[in-house]
Ligand binder design. Structure first.
Ligand code: FAD
Length: 355
C-alpha cells in the first residue's frame, strides 16, 4: 500500500509504500534529506512528522538519543498513513551537482602507523565543488563502496586529500597502503551536510576522534581561509600519541588564529608524548574545559560510541539540541541513487583499484 509524504512548507510530495523507509522513498523521488549511516545510528536524518503515523521497519525503534522528543529517524520509519514531514533541510538531488570521476593517486603517505594520507588528483581541467565537512564515495569494486571525508578545504578544488585509518581486517583499508602514485580510483561526490551554519554567531567546539579529524580539518581550514571571525576550540583525541597524526596543522592554526584553542587528548598510556595533553576521553576533556556550552555549537566526528558520549556530555553542559552536529564513521549502507551499488562481500579484492 502506498502513502503520500508531503514536505512541510513546500508544494512537494512523494509516494512511499508501507515497506519503504521515508528516507529511501525521498531519495528515490530525487529529494535529498540529511543523512549519513542509514542504519539508525548517526541521527543525521532525524526530523519531525506531522502525526504518530509511522512505525519502525521490521519493528526497530524509530528514534535514538540524537532525536528530540518530537523527531523520528527517517531511515528507520515507514508510514502507516499519509503524512507531512519537516526535515531540518532538503534539496532536490539534481541541484546537488554531484560528480562521478576517475582520479589518480598523487601521493600516499603514512601519517601514523595506521593512518594513510591519500592525495588524489582530478583529471586535467576538472574541478570539484563541495562544502567543508562533506564526504565522498569510493567505488571499491563494482559492487562495494566506502565513504571518506575530504580533509582539504573546498578552495583546493583540483585535488582531494583523505585521511584513512587502517581498520584491522578491513576490506578496503587493509589494502590502502599498497596504493601507489598513478593508481586510479572511481569516486563520487559530494555527500553529507556536516558544515557550520552561522559560524560567526557561536563559539565553535570541534571534537574529533582519530581520523574524525579529517572533515574538521577541512572546516577549520575553510573558516580561516574565509576569515570568518569566530572563536574555535578543537578537542582531538586518540588512544595513543601517534593517533594525533597531524599536529603540525594544529600548530599552524594556533599561530595564525588568535582565538583558536587546542586540547590534545590521549586515552592510553602515552600522554607524556604529547606535552600538555589531557589524559582520558574526549567527553571528559569537554567536561573539564567548559562550565557551560549554552552559547556554543559542537561539531563532533568519530565512532558512534564516541559521538554518543560527547552528545550526552554536551547536553549535560546545556548545549541546545540544534547546536550539536555530528558525522559518524559507521559502515554505511548504500542508498538509492548511489548508482544502484549493492554491498557484495564475495567480490574480488584484486579489483579494488586499477593502475
Ligand atoms: C560518512 C562517512 C565518512 C567516513 N569518513 C572516514 C574518514 O575520513 N576516514 C576514515 O578512516 N574512515 C572514514 N569512514 C569509515 C569508512 O567508510 C570505512 O567504514 C572504514 O574505512 C572501514 O572500511 P574497510 O573496508 O577497511 O572495513 P570493513 O571491511 O568494512 O570492516 C572490517 C571490520 O571492521 C569493522 N569496522 C568497519 N569500520 C570501522 C571503523 N571505522 N572503526 C572500527 N571498526 C570498523 C567492521 O565492523 C568489520 O568487522 C567514514 C564513514 C562514513 C559513513
Amino acid at each position: 500500500m502506498a502513502f503520500r509524504i508531503s514536505l512541510a512548507g513546500a508544494d512537494v510530495s512523494f509516494a512511499c509504500d508501507d515497506s519503504q523507509t521515508i528516507l529511501d522513498a525521498a531519495l528515490n523521488a530525487g529529494i535529498e534529506l540529511p543523512y549519513a549511516c542509514r542504519k539508525g545510528i548517526c541521527g543525521n536524518c532525524a526530523g519531525q512528522v506531522s502525526s504518530a503515523s509511522v512505525k519502525g521497519r521490521g519493528g526497530v525503534a524509530v528514534s535514538n538519543e540524537f532525536c528530540n522528543p518530537d523527531q523520528v529517524l527517517y531511515c528507520r520509519s515507514v508510514p502507516t498513513a499519509d503524512l507531512e514531514i519537516a526535515p531540518i533541510s532538503w534539496r532536490r538531488t539534481e541541484t546537488l551537482g554531484r560528480k562521478s570521476l576517475t582520479v589518480k593517486v598523487h601521493k600516499n603517505q603514512l601519517a601514523a602507523p595506521d593512518v594513510s594520507v591519500l592525495q588524489l588528483r582530478l583529471p586535467a581541467g576538472q574541478r570539484v565543488k563541495f562544502k567543508a565537512g562533506q564526504h565522498l564515495r569510493i567505488a571499491v569494486t563494482e559492487n562495494l563502496s566506502r565513504y571518506y571525508s575530504m580533509a582539504n578545504p573546498p578552495q583546493e578544488s583540483d585535488s582531494i586529500t583523505l585521511h584513512v585509518r587502517h581498520v584491522p581486517g578491513g576490506f578496503f583499508t587493509s589494502r590502502v597502503g599498497q596504493l601507489v602514485p598513478g593508481d586510479t580510483l572511481k569516486i563520487e561526490l559530494p555527500f553529507g551536510d556536516f558544515s557550520p551554519h552561522h559560524a560567526e554567531d557561536r563559539h565553535l567546539v570541534f571534537v574529533a576522534g582519530g581520523t574524525g579529524f579529517a572533515p574538521i580539518k577541512s572546516i577549520i581550514d575553510d573558516l580561516m581561509k574565509r576569515q570568518v571571525q569566530t572563536r574555535m576550540t578543537l578537542i582531538w583525541g586518540a588512544r595513543s600519541a601517534d593517533g594525533l597524526y597531524m599536529l603540525s596543522a594544529v600548530e599552524t592554526w594556533k599561530r595564525n588564529w588568535p582565538d583558536f584553542h587546542f586540547i590534545a587528548v590521549v586515552s592510553g598510556e602515552e600522554t607524556h608524548r604529547v606535552p600538555g595533553s589531557f589524559a582520558g576521553r574526549v567527553d571528559e576533556a569537554l567536561q573539564m574545559h567548559f562550565a557551560s556550552l549554552a552559547s556554543h555549537a559542537v561539531y563532533c566526528c568519530g565512532s558512534p560510541a564516541m559521538v554518543t558520549s560527547v552528545l550526552r556530555q554536551a547536553e549535560a553542559l546545556s548545549l541546545g539540541a540544534s547546536n550539536f552536529h555530528s558525522d559518524v564513521f559507521v559502515e554505511a549502507a548504500d542508498a538509492p541513487g548511489y548508482s544502484g551499488l549493492q554491498v557484495d562481500e564475495s567480490c574480488e579484492p584484486e579489483k579494488i583499484w586499477s593502475a
